[in-house]
Design a protein around this ligand. Structure first.
Ligand code: URA
Length: 249
């Protein structure tokens, strides 16, 4: 897909979201919140669902939780415009209650299509509802700050997911907020790892269709992944080192 095709496809999904009546959440919405960001990004953040401010403006993460998300992104040198930010449900649940399973299921095709278009390398989940969409059965207290391969059925064909606490939860506890900054510091490292995986998968793909001789097979062997020279560094040093090498563009 060209960048323009991606923009058009995302706009088409957003238009469908804005008039969707697939679940009861549309009854109480002021505006649906399809998601926004860089259509050429490698990193998608997925939250739970719009709150009061998001419902009024039609934009994700613009309230207090969004403020913390932006500060955490800033701590790794990124801005919200560098990534794409979406939610599991696109309309505000009444009184900010948790989304119900049938609402999540009704909205899931929109997120799947967004991920198909964006083809991200990393899907960062914010909170347990978003985590559950990519790591069913996991417990956020156990897996936050860790990564797992994404099931391509989610729409993201070749991605790693990285689990974080929801920023609204982090705002309630200085300890969780501190842990969330530590988790965010790992995101650039996860992006590098995912790029490596995707490069290997991309290099391996022609082997399946083109290999006919042993010599060709040798030529098509996956390129060696960069030596893990940072393996002996502390996680924090490693993250800082990776972040300093890393631009999103
Ligand atoms: N919380 C979310 O999960 N998503 C938003 O867009 C805003 C707050």
């Amino acid at each position: 897909m060209t960048p323009n095709e991606r923009r058009v496809a995302l706009a088409q999904i957003a238009a469908e979201v804005s008039t969707c009546t697939a679940c009861r959440l549309h009854e109480g919405r002021t505006r649906a919140v399809p998601g926004e960001g860089d259509s050429d990004t490698e990193v998608v953040f997925v939250g739970e669902g719009p709150g009061f401010n998001e419902d009024r403006e039609g934009r994700p993460f613009i309230g207090r939780a969004g403020g913390l998300l932006e500060r955490m992104l800033g701590s790794i040198g990124w801005q919200r415009e560098d990534v794409f930010i979406a939610n599991v449900v696109k309309c505000r649940p009444p009184d900010n209650r948790d989304p119900e399973q049938d609402e999540i299921d009704a909205c899931a095709p929109f997120l799947r299509r967004q991920l198909e278009v964006l083809d991200p390398a990393v899907v960062v989940t914010l909170g347990r509802f978003s985590m559950a969409a990519f790591r069913p059965g996991a417990r956020i207290g156990a897996v936050h700050g860790t990564t797992a391969p994404v099931d391509p059925a989610s729409g993201a064909a070749d991605a790693l997911t990285f689990s974080m606490y929801h920023p609204a939860y982090a705002l309630r506890s200085p300890a969780v907020e501190r842990e969330s900054y530590e988790d965010m510091a790992k995101v650039p490292v996860v992006l590098l790892r995912s790029r490596e995986r995707r490069a290997v998968a991309g290099a391996a793909a022609p082997m399946i269709t083109m290999t006919t001789t042993p010599a060709a097979a040798a030529l098509a062997a996956p390129a060696p992944v960069a030596a893990p020279v940072i393996a002996s560094m502390s996680a924090a040093d490693q993250a800082a080192d990776d972040a300093s090498q890393l631009t999103l563009f």
